[in-house]
Design a binder for this molecule. Structure first.
Ligand code: DGL
Length: 266
């Protein structure tokens, strides 16, 4: 299995949000070589149809397979609700890790019994999210908040301007007013706003996101398939469907410097 284990892992998001997950994967699995595709030319997925997102995800999955990836991580809640079932049907023997808002851990952690979810419109409107609430949120109150506009700010590298500050404040206030003591970041872009968010909420309010759990799930799946790499890892490689120059410019802020940014070929 030595060669199969040395193959890279493909990590995908609609844009740069998945870099928050990529960081957790690299922290937990430093021997893994990582490929990253940001579909930045088609952001935001949160306002797109599930059929469109499925089509993009299929293209990216095909691309990762051509690159010899041993597994794929959908580092995007919106893409997961729209496409993970379809991809798993398409590639039944290829490990695919998806992600969902952390309702289960939040339900266990809340003391006020009120939990807030910040996520995209697409995630919050999906049947998969409703099923998640049915399963884990029967004993708590969940207040949901779609956040149109935030993803575009983060894609532009804006993590702290008056515009993004005011927008975030407007989304968080109703959740705090409703008595939430736990906030779920249900979109992989939002962890980049954590420094700003912590300035807006009382210290007693907890923020939960799912990047670390996704990294652990990837570790588990690779372990089961005897696919954990022995290392050393090769440098991460990046592709974007928008301007490579733009991604190259904002990567140092969201990840670290990388010269390996290319155009996603479709
Ligand atoms: N990062 C994506 C997520 O986790 C969504 C961003 C978008 O709307 O494109 O849901």
């Amino acid at each position: 299995m030595a060669d199969a284990a040395a193959a890279p892992v493909g990590v995908f998001d609609s844009g740069v949000g998945g870099l928050s997950v990529l960081a957790e994967i690299q922290r937990l699995l430093p021997n893994e070589s990582l490929l990253y595709v940001g579909d930045c030319g088609y952001i935001p997925y949160g306002e797109k149809s599930p059929a469109f997102i499925r089509q993009r995800c299929r293209m990216v999955a095909e691309f990762f397979r051509e690159q010899g990836a041993k597994a794929m991580v959908l580092a995007c809640n919106t893409a997961t609700v729209a496409a993970v079932a379809d991809l798993r049907e398409q590639y039944p023997h290829w490990p695919i890790v998806g992600m969902e808002p952390a309702v289960k851990p939040a339900a266990a952690a809340t003391r006020s019994g009120v939990v807030g979810v910040l996520a995209t419109t697409g995630t919050l409107q999906s049947a998969k999210f409703v099923a998640l609430l049915d399963r884990f949120a029967n004993d708590i109150r969940v207040v949901t908040q779609p956040c149109p506009g935030l993803v575009e700010c983060i894609e532009a590298g804006d993590l702290n301007s008056p515009v993004v500050r005011e927008m975030l404040q407007g989304y968080v206030k109703p959740l705090l007013d409703a008595g939430c003591d736990t906030l779920i970041l249900g979109c992989t872009h939002y962890p980049f706003l954590k420094p700003l968010l912590t300035q807006m909420i009382p210290a007693s309010v907890a923020i939960i996101d799912t990047g670390a759990a996704v990294a652990r799930q990837l570790q588990r799946l690779l372990g089961e398939g005897e696919l954990l790499a022995a290392g050393p890892a090769r440098d991460a490689q990046f592709w974007t469907s928008a301007s490579p120059e733009h991604l190259r410019n904002i990567l140092p802020m969201l990840w670290n410097k990388s010269d390996s940014v290319r155009s996603f070929p479709m």
